[in-house]
Design a protein around this ligand. Structure first.
Ligand code: RM4
Ligand code: MN
Ligand code: MN
Length: 446
């Protein structure tokens, strides 16, 4: 076992976050030293190219930007055809999930929060979890409820929906579950509830759309009234799956309807994989921001549907265009990029090591954000006002086609993280260490 490997093993074993951070810091510094000369060369070229821009403030924004990691994305995913455990060493408990996210955050300095899914995770001792998480520099992001699967011992089944169900007792069970999730979140210091419903219908005639909407709204209202004053409720939409004829929160219009009727604490949540093919997500984002109703994001990428692939792996230009609207729209409203919206990854990893995949997603998101920050807004605005279509495209593609990776790396360096997170992850053989300590374990989730 390598010296580095031993360090990792120790930190996982002792569950002493401070030791992890200290030891990681040494490893990270050694790694960074070996890459520093080449990094600085790239950065200084970049600074020259963008001398007309306040590059320092861009780097600071990148340092501040954090993307939450979902607890259910730390294990190997699968499809209904099968699940192939490829890595082993998957986290079995919330504590181990926090350790995994702690590792990611130590490597990239940009994964400073974890999002829990109840009951895939059941926090037993909130205070101890809070202490563990804060030792890794982590916060608890939005809490997620689950009324799309039946739980052992539950009195009622969600086969025909949860908050929309024609049966009041079933709706009540789903409402109570959501309130339970809020309570767990309060104890952990979270401040948001994400509600994603599988509710809908599989066949024409199965559902009265209006009644399904009304039941869902009424149920959401009850949940909403249990939200603390400073909490947000995110209403996530999805056009299809597991229901294939209608979905009761099927698109951003329906989500916005619920959010508007619910009140000021309710917002729409955009999951990139939840649209019909070729939807113009950047336009959706712009209008939701205009209405003050965009709450947050679930990042992933897809080619066909809710593929849950690595962010930026299929359509990086779309990711950039979305960030372009986000930056423009948030600046127009004087919003804080890092704090005023919920940023989270929601992906599944069927053939990659989940931790490597998450590092890649975060990197892709940071690059898209950096590109959006560098768009020449004044020139774009002018081109738009002059109907200069070619110029507008030149402006956007100029930043999209610029290699800004050194800016993102510099932000990591300043945050005390690694210049090349995946290289360090592999160099330290983190996965092997996790397998050695946890065995051939499988995480809870889909
Ligand atoms: C859904 C949706 C939700 C996530 C579940 C696991 O498709 O994206 O956000 O909680 O999957
Ligand atoms: Mn999602
Ligand atoms: Mn999804």
């Amino acid at each position: 076992m390598s010296e580095n490997g031993d360090y990792i093993a120790i930190m996982i074993n002792l569950k002493k976050p401070n030791i992890l951070m200290n030891i990681e810091q040494n490893q990270i510094e050694k790694h960074n030293d070996s890459l520093l000369t080449s990094h600085q060369r790239k950065l200084s070229f970049l600074k020259e190219d963008w001398a007309h821009v306040d590059v320092e403030s861009v780097i600071q924004k990148l340092v501040d930007f954090q993307i939450a990691i979902p607890s259910w994305a730390l294990g190997t995913g699968g499809t209904r055809f099968g699940r192939f455990a490829i890595t082993g060493g998957e986290p079995r408990t919330i504590e181990e999930k926090i350790e995994d996210v702690g590792l990611l955050h130590a490597l990239n300095g940009a994964s400073g929060a974890i999002s829990l899914h109840i009951p895939w995770d059941i926090p037993q001792n909130a205070e101890a979890l809070k202490t563990l998480a804060s030792g890794y520099g982590l916060k608890f992001d939005a809490m997620n409820s689950n009324t799309f699967q039946d739980q052992k011992g539950a009195a009622h089944s969600y086969k025909f929906g949860s908050l929309q169900n024609v049966n009041k007792d079933i709706r009540k069970q789903a409402i109570e579950h959501n309130i339970e999730v809020i309570k767990h979140g309060i104890a952990l210091g979270s401040d948001a509830l994400t509600v994603w419903l599988a509710d809908g219908s599989c066949f024409p005639g199965q559902l009265n759309f209006r009644k399904a909407f009304e039941n869902t709204l009424e149920s959401l209202q009850e949940i909403y009234s249990a939200l603390p004053e400073d909490w947000k409720m995110f209403v996530e939409y999805k056009a299809f799956e597991p229901n294939f004829y209608s979905t009761t929160v099927g698109d951003w219009g329906q989500s916005l309807l619920y959010a508007s009727k619910l009140g000021k604490k309710a917002y729409t949540l955009v999951d990139l994989g939840h649209h019909l093919p070729n939807a113009n997500i950047e336009q959706i984002v712009a209008l939701l921001l205009m209405e003050g109703k965009l709450g947050g994001f679930h990042f992933n990428d897809s080619k066909y549907g809710d593929d849950d692939l690595t962010a930026g792996s299929i359509k990086p230009y779309q990711l950039f265009l979305i960030f372009n609207e986000l930056v423009e729209g948030m600046d127009a409203k004087g919003m804080n990029h890092a704090k005023d919206l919920g940023w989270m990854i929601d992906a599944s990893h069927n053939v990659k090591d989940p931790l490597e995949d998450l590092l890649q997603s975060v990197e892709a998101i940071m690059i898209a954000y950096a590109q959006a920050l560098l768009v020449d807004r004044k020139a774009l605005n002018e081109a738009q006002n002059n109907n200069d279509v070619a110029k507008a495209q030149e402006i956007l593609q100029h930043t999209f086609r610029s290699d800004l990776r050194a800016l993102v790396a510099e932000a990591r360096l300043r945050a005390g993280a690694a210049l090349s997170p995946i290289a360090l992850y592999r160099g330290l053989e983190v996965r092997n260490q996790l397998v050695n300590h946890r065995g051939n374990t499988v995480a809870t989730g889909l």
